[in-house]
Design a protein around this ligand. Structure first.
Ligand code: FES
Length: 166
């Protein structure tokens, strides 16, 4: 662990994030923001049938405008989710992410939730666009994330309007 409180693994993912950027071809997009700090994360998925005929994450990428923890957890979740079926990907939790990263300072745990939320929003987007059934807990989570987004939009409205005028 260095003096910032981050493990070597966190710093490795931060300095060379895996699967960073925007996919040319994607069928699921999750856009989330953190109400506490205002950081944002866009996560792209390309879902295709795997050889067992299940829908699985063939490709994943993200653009994260956030802190060291937000970027390294995005990178970790992209490794964890790639190749997983949709059901498996929805079960990825913060403990698994922390395991990949060695550890995270307690104050930064909320940052790992941003990546998890972005992944579930991208899956939600894929399912709803393809008119597939949406699990009840995913629907509830989506509603919660939508409410948080409104709070952020409201909070930054003055600032973004000012930007548009300039
Ligand atoms: Fe904003 Fe980490 S401080 S996501």
């Amino acid at each position: 662990m260095n003096q910032t409180g981050y493990t070597k693994e966190v710093m490795k993912h931060f300095q060379k994030p895996h699967h960073y950027g925007r996919l040319n071809k994607y069928n699921g997009l999750g856009k989330v923001g953190n109400v506490v700090c205002g950081d944002v994360l866009w996560l792209y998925l390309n879902v295709l049938k795997n050889k067992n005929g299940q829908e699985a994450i063939k490709d994943i990428s993200y653009e994260t405008y956030g802190c060291v923890a937000a970027i390294s957890t995005s990178s970790a979740i992209s490794d964890l989710a790639k190749g997983k079926t949709i059901e498996e990907a929805l079960k990825i939790n913060k403990e698994q992410i922390i395991k990949v990263l060695g550890d995270l300072p307690p104050i930064k745990i909320h940052c790992s939730l941003l990546a998890i939320d972005a992944l579930s929003e991208a899956i939600y987007d894929y399912l709803s666009k393809n008119k597939k059934p949406i699990p009840e807990n995913l629907e509830e989570k989506h509603q919660k994330i939508e409410r948080a987004k409104k709070v952020i939009e409201e909070r930054y409205k003055k600032w973004t309007e000012k930007e548009k005028k300039e």
